[in-house]
Design a protein around this ligand. Sequence first.
Ligand code: KIV
Length: 279
Amino acid sequence: MHKTVQDIINMKKEKKKISVITSYDYTLASLCDKAGIDVMLVGDSAGMVMLGYENTIPVTMNQMCMFTEAVSKARKNSLLVADLPFMSYQTSIEDAINNSGRLIKAGADAIKLEGGSIMAETISAIVDVGIPVMGHIGLQPQTTMLSEGYKVQGKTKDSAIKLIEDAKELEGIGVFSIALEMISHEVGQIISESVRIPTIGIGSGVNCDGQVLVVQDLLGMYDKIKPKFAKRYMNLSEDIVKSLEEYKTEVESGAFPAKENTFSMNEEELKKLREALGS
Ligand code: KIV
């Protein structure tokens, strides 16, 4: 049985840190699951790292459902959370519930959406129909990004108080955890100490209850943006390019495919074939 929302809530009570990683495809998701990652997040960052968009704005529900289905086929142990993309929940509460339902039917256990108190009514309605929700405050790529660009949030007293209030309100309406994106580490800590549900930080300091990274950033596969908070654990893109260059060279020289990569006819059948062809 895979992890449940309750298991993730319990991890905070047991003072166990929560590992979260984004996943979008079957192959990498299988490896994340095998590594024992607690939560796989089908983030709308898929738009950038999988589909090559400049930002997350163009991502559609159909695309998110396709990524969610692929990841759900791979997961055995992790909790699976999927993002509601831009304009799939801001338009009406009905849209928000319908689209949350689509992600759950595609295999997610919970959904995530961006926004603090402004989204309270919408989040309440989704929670009320029985769909677990992860909140997302701080930098909100679907909206903050449009107006301000990539900017650390919660650096002033007033903006910090707003974030703390948002977090408390989200807890009050029943989200099971909150992603904190690019918030000063001091405010990340205060929020984490102010709510009983787990906080999952991305660029919000070590005192969050868990951490999330985009898997391509962690593996060193995406070079377009290199955020300060995204630690690279390897430089996979270099290895991939090296292997592809080697493949190209071997194709050109005839070194690939070698005998061990080749299928053969049995001698007798080959002889008969040659006779039949008159050669
Ligand atoms: O889409 C995403 O990858 C996210 C994380 C950055 C939290 O929302």
